[in-house]
Design a binder for this molecule. Structure first.
Ligand code: CP
Length: 331
């Protein structure tokens, strides 16, 4: 059985946003994720989450986040329940909170929540028992903290000097929780420059993304960038009448080989997935040598293992009455 660190320097109960996460805590989670990633190559086994029950409570579709949370919990020796929300008593009118109370009564410990409702993860966190935790797996267009952490790990593996990095996020920024959490994490790690590139109708409000440079033209935003992150159009968050035409979007904002040459020659290409090939990115770029898209998926599993370890350790300390600030960090 592989060993896990026992120090509790960075207690973490709920993880709902990266906005106020201390840098030391973020770095500790990333460092542990890197170690878990390397151990996973040799199929190390853990029992860190023995006795824990993790519930995937996802009210929006997911492949990567749901699967990686399940695998992360299982590889750490925990139990996993995947509630099929679309076929649950939520459909008969049960409130989200009553669903949570019901599962909590079956001794669920950690709720992984994906929702289209702003504020729902915080509302659950405010009502669960003191020894139960909530981790956001994506909240509407406002927050996707575990994605933000896996994106930082993916950047750090190739470009560790954040202070001298130019990061360019391209696409539907206005509806992107991925971009929000990336911006918070990049600020936390002291990124040199953040650029956001989008057509005017997909730019976020003027008071969002403080400090980011805004561009409407791909060529201007991409120039000499070290990291290029492309985003899909979030059709599910728009009225059909205001959804951009995919061909027009591709013509103006699709990342192809020619455009990628405007970035730094060693620039990396990222995409949180799911990606729409031929719209925001071409297959040549997505599958090309500068792409780290599949590594992002592997990193997602390691980051979620790292988070589950830390959250479970905090819950155990709460159970035993250890003197910790249980709500420190991440909330
Ligand atoms: N990036 C991401 O959240 O992907 P899924 O929707 O597949 O979980």
């Amino acid at each position: 059985m592989a060993t896990t660190p026992t120090s509790q320097a960075h207690p973490l109960r709920h993880l709902l946003s990266l906005e106020h996460m201390p840098q030391a805590q973020m770095l500790a989670l990333l460092t542990r994720a890197q170690a878990l990633l390397e151990a996973d190559r040799s199929r190390a086994a853990y029992d860190t989450l023995a006795g824990a029950t993790v519930v995937n409570l996802m009210s929006e579709p997911s492949t990567r986040t749901r699967a990686s949370f399940e695998l992360a919990a299982r590889r750490l020796g925990g139990n996993v329940l995947n509630l099929d929300v679309s076929n649950s008593s939520r459909k008969k009118g049960e409130s989200l909170l009553d669903t949570v109370y019901t599962l909590q009564a079956m001794r669920s410990d950690i709720f992984i929540v994906r929702t289209a409702t702003v504020g729902a993860p915080q509302m659950i966190a405010d009502h669960v028992d003191p020894d139960v935790a909530v981790i956001s797996a994506g909240e509407a267009n406002v927050s996707h903290p575990t994605q933000g952490l896996l994106d930082m790990l993916s950047i750090r593996q190739r470009k560790p000097d954040f202070a001298n990095l130019v990061v360019c996020i391209v696409g539907d920024i206005a509806h992107s929780r991925v971009a929000c959490s990336a911006a918070h994490a990049l600020a936390c790690l002291g990124v040199g420059e953040l650029r956001i590139v989008a057509p005017p109708e997909l730019m976020p409000a003027a008071d969002a993304f403080a400090g980011a440079r805004r561009f409407n033209k791909m060529a201007d935003g991409l120039k000499d960038a070290d990291v290029v992150m492309t985003l899909r159009i979030q059709r599910e968050r728009m009225a059909q009448s205001s959804t951009p035409d995919p061909n027009e979007f591709h013509a103006a904002y699709g990342l192809n080989s020619e455009r990628l040459r405007l970035a730094h020659p060693q620039a990396i290409v990222m995409h949180p997935g799911p990606m729409i090939r031929g719209c925001e990115i071409t297959s040549t770029v997505a599958d090309g040598p500068q792409s780290v898209i599949r590594q992002q998926v592997s990193n997602g599993l390691a980051v979620r293992m790292s988070i589950l370890e830390q959250v479970w350790r905090t819950l155990r300390d709460i159970d035993t009455g250890a003197d910790i600030d249980a709500d420190a960090g991440g909330v």
